[in-house]
Design a protein around this ligand. Sequence first.
Ligand code: IMP
Length: 218
Amino acid sequence: MAEAPRPGPEARTASGWPARLVLATNNRGKLQEVAAILGAAGVTVVGSAAVAPGWSVVEDGATLAANARRKAESLARLTGLPALGDDSGLEVAALGGRPGVRSARYAGAHATDAENTARLLRELAGVPDAERAAAFRCALVLAWPDGRSVEAEGRCDGFIATTPRGEGGFGYDPVFVDPASGRTFAELPAAAKNALSHRRRALDALVRALDAAGGGRS
Ligand code: IMP
């Protein structure tokens, strides 16, 4: 973790979050999920498109956490608002942890979700169910314009289906199966995915990190 934050002058919710923050992403699926989860905690989440149209960063960090930090710090500097960076990836055991930090570009620099998912299924063709274990990982960095930051990670285990199923979610959700329900993340109602996802776990861990750093509950 970087420099320990102290309570800043900005308004905070009872759970320690800034009352208003900007999410450092151009991904509408992530924005919907984070706004739903943090909205329930009283946080107003603004998308980067609303406050910094055209903003983007090169995601060439070696780790999810490095990319999340790059996104958060760049947008906090640009907007003067607390910024939350999210970098996520899917790790598949049978592929030695790929696509991992390259999940967004697995099928090429400007690949669509469908193209990335199709490549994944091709590479896993013939791999039996028992060897299709996978995990979603999410790294979060909350950065303030004055340089303070906290970070956390979350993880969710499951396995990869043989064909895409479901209309909800985004990214690899149609092929990621939640073992408890047997349904893909795209088949689960949004609230059910948000209750158990890697992103939810990372957000919960970030609240604990805020608390531990002294910027939390009062
Ligand atoms: P990034 O974090 O924006 O770089 O996204 C990494 C890749 O993982 C992209 O292809 C996303 O669509 C995908 N991804 C990120 N989070 C999720 C998720 O919650 N479900 C499914 N795919 C995701």
